[in-house]
Design a protein around this ligand. Structure first.
Ligand code: AG3
Length: 283
């Protein structure tokens, strides 16, 4: 019998994946790391046994946290990624020629090092792009101290357990607000609402007290078990969220790259939320 890895992110429900070949197993600066091969999903990265990303389905997550806010913004030049050590987020952001600089702040240097080695198909050369400024530091600390202003801030975090916890606090979001340009947009990994509803409610409650426009949008990523994942959306500019398919299509047609998930219809539709998710919004 082959080995199976069991992800127990939720106390009463989990997922299991067959480990067809273990490629790396070790302890990072802060978290235990694994990369293995699974026949369906290709290379799989886990941190503390929680699936972070896979070769086969990472595009959905990374495209929706980059192209959507960058195209909604319309004139983004300076992007900040908190987390994102595998380089997948940086790769997608850097595909926009209009992006002049991507600052990526990853807390765990081991994640970057072994992703370069074992998951090069995620970063696709992003670590060598001169527009990438990689900083190994605590993302929350960086956010508090940065004097720069960003057009788009992407929080590519783990779940709010362990090192990722501070990235879901009022203090962190308030520091993020200060680091945004006037028209800037903050987007966040906000968990799978069917399983982690509190997480979304908590973040949105903070957004509500800090930002003029706040909401969530969704996409289904097969290896984030339990239904669609929610992404948080927060900005002080009210013109970004309600765009028509035609407006988004006009902007997207100026890009010279292909996507596998994101497109103008998906962009607009991602903000349409089922009732069980809407009910998690603060009133
Ligand atoms: N970070 C998000 C992992 C979230 C997994 N959580 C879950 N299944 N609820 C992914 C990092 C990819 N760059």
């Amino acid at each position: 019998m082959k080995n199976w890895i069991i992800e127990q992110l939720y106390p009463e429900y989990g997922q299991s994946m067959r480990v067809d070949e273990m490629l790396y197993e070790g302890t990072g600066d802060l978290q235990s790391l694994k990369v293995f091969h699974n026949e369906r999903f290709g290379r799989v990265l886990t941190l503390d046994n929680i699936v972070q990303t896979t070769q086969a389905d990472n595009f959905i997550y990374h495209e929706m946290l980059t192209h959507l806010p960058i195209i909604a913004h319309g004139n983004a030049k300076n992007v900040l990624i908190i987390g994102g050590g595998d380089g997948g987020m940086a790769y997608e952001a850097l595909r926009h020629q209009s992006i002049e600089k991507v600052t990526m702040v990853e807390i765990d240097s081991a994640v970057v090092e072994f992703s370069k080695q074992h998951l090069p198909m995620l970063s696709n050369g992003a670590f060598d792009d001169p527009r990438l400024n990689l900083i190994i530091n605590d993302g929350a600390l960086f956010m508090k101290e940065t004097k720069d202003k960003y057009d788009v801030i992407i929080v590519d975090s783990t779940d709010p357990i362990g090192p990722g916890e501070v990235l879901f606090t009022h203090e962190f979001y308030s520091d993020a607000k200060k680091a945004l340009t006037e028209e800037g947009i903050l987007v966040t990994q906000n968990g799978v609402p069917f399983m982690q509803g509190d997480e979304l409610t908590t973040s949105l409650t903070h957004f509500k007290s800090l930002f003029k426009d706040w909401s969530a949008y969704i996409a289904t990523i097969p290896t984030y078990a339990g239904g669609p994942m929610a992404f948080g959306w927060a900005t002080d500019s009210e013109k970004h969220r309600f765009k028509t398919v035609e407006e988004i299509a006009a902007r997207f047609s100026e890009e010279d790259f292909e996507t596998h998930y994101y497109n103008p219809e998906v962009h607009v539709a991602a903000f349409a939320l089922p009732q069980y998710i809407k009910k998690l919004f603060p009133v």
